[in-house]
Design a protein around this ligand. Sequence first.
Ligand code: GLA
Length: 376
Amino acid sequence: MSRFVEYFGVEPDGSWRAPGRVNLIGEHTDYNDGLVLPIALPNQITITASARTDGLISVASAGQDGVISFSLDSLAPGSVKDWAAYPAGAAWVLLQDKYEIGGANLLVESDLPSGAGLSSSAALLCATAVALLGLHDIEVDPAEVARLAQRAENQYVGAPVGLMDQMASMCCTAGHALYFDIRAMTTDQIPFEPAADGLALLVVDVKAPHRLVDGEYAARRNSCEQAAAQLGVPALRSIAFEELDDALARLSDDVDRRRVRHVVTEIRRVEDAVALLRAGNLRAVGPLFTASHASLRDDFEITVPELDVAVDTALAAGALGARMTGGGFGGCIIALVEASATDTILTAIDKSFADHGFTTPSALDATPSAGASRIS
Ligand code: GLA
């Protein structure tokens, strides 16, 4: 008997998937109307589903005990808690926008570590949304599903995140990074295949779990919004790199000044990275990664010792560039390395973590993969 039949006593109607992501560069610029450059990972959330006619959503997760059920009629922000808040939030936002979804049985399976800064939340929201829409043959543009998933995370789950993770999960394509301009709402697929240049992108989970729902992410966002208001612009994207010194001189708060410097220089680094990738000069992107990490550590102040040690060790062992990726305060680093140096660098990070008494880190496959889709 399949696991789905074991949980729900009926055969599924189909299954859908949505991947996690790592961002190559452009961290914490999405909610400043900036530029980001994520890739989707091979790791993903899969939802196997069947339609129900009684208006109930029943969710089970292969990693958790039991089935959780809630009624579509009584959904409101906060009405479903813990991990089931994500599928509930996806259903809630679809109903709010008058999509004619109905009840469903949903079995959630995942090979995407949660709490590792790889966007398992966005993947779960996107996977649920595409499953609920797919069960009812409703076609919605992937970028619109991403916006719905973000709204569910902001308004139902209560995390004030930007739009990068959901866009990556919905719109990435294999062999490419997604160049997403949040202000213009335009995307461009940038070929990104390190292996073709004898390189590898390493993703290392430093096992220092982070939480976006506690206050630090919101505090960074508030600082940016406060500074934009003081500078009289709708978002920090409006400050051109050339105007940065002038803008910094007009800010009264030193912390806000450093936050602004990160955002404005980081947006410039994304533009530089994209120009280098388009010119086929992948190796030259390494130093931009390293500069991004320094900015996130010193100006944005969202790194933790595990992230700094992993980056410093990768660089000392020969990486072309390395940086933390994601929201910060834990999660993963990425490192651009000569493919032949992969083992040396991973071994060096393991050793240095052991020397520091940190939890053993783990490496993930970073093959740039495709966004959400129906599997069967
Ligand atoms: C989290 C958020 C994103 C983005 C990143 C930082 O992943 O969900 O919207 O702000 O942090 O770049």
